[in-house]
Design a protein around this ligand. Structure first.
Ligand SMILES: [Zn+2]
Length: 167
């Protein structure tokens, strides 16, 4: 057995160390220090997980939740926009399917299939133009930095030129 095989067999060994199918893994671990180390760290993790306990909920959690639920149920119904929004957000879409199919059929009839393609092209254009804008911004920044470098260089050489006659 080699090390990758051994390490993929380590979970089995951890769950049932005495199983006869784990004999090759045990034999490899007796001879291989790195795999033995791997097994020991897994055992340490497992024993740490054994000591972990799920935290208890805060006192009166159930009561508080029940009160909140009752308050939500007794609230007056939200406005028209809110109701439409929640229906769009949380529905399974089943009741819209006939309408959607009808709209798609209508679009295909009108555009002869070009409608769907056109909307795709529009989306792609928008995404590339965002990328292009970013690149242009980067390019402009680069040009501004180069211009500033040139200005500083010009200034330095002008200073040197003015110093030259006096020396
Ligand atoms: Zn090994």
């Amino acid at each position: 057995m080699n090390c990758p095989d051994c390490q993929s067999a380590l979970p089995d060994l951890l769950l049932d160390p005495a199983a006869p199918t784990n004999a090759p893994t045990r034999a490899h671990i007796d001879t291989c220090p790195s795999c033995r180390h791997e097994l020991e760290s897994l055992q340490a993790t497992m024993s740490l997980l054994d000591t972990w306990e799920a935290p208890n909920p805060s006192p009166y959690f159930d009561q508080k939740l029940a009160v909140l639920l009752r308050e939500e149920q007794e609230k007056p119904p939200a406005g028209w926009f809110e109701r439409v929004r929640s229906r769009l957000l949380f529905n399974t879409g089943r009741q819209f399917r006939p309408a959607l199919a009808g709209a798609l059929g209508l679009a295909l009839l009108i555009g002869g299939g070009t409608f769907a393609n056109l909307s795709n092209v529009h989306l792609r254009k928008a995404s590339t133009s965002a990328t292009v804008t970013d690149l242009q911004v980067l390019d402009n920044n680069d040009q501004a930095l180069q211009t500033m470098d040139q200005l500083f260089q010009d200034e330095n050489s002008a200073d040197e030129a003015s110093e030259l006659p006096s020396s």
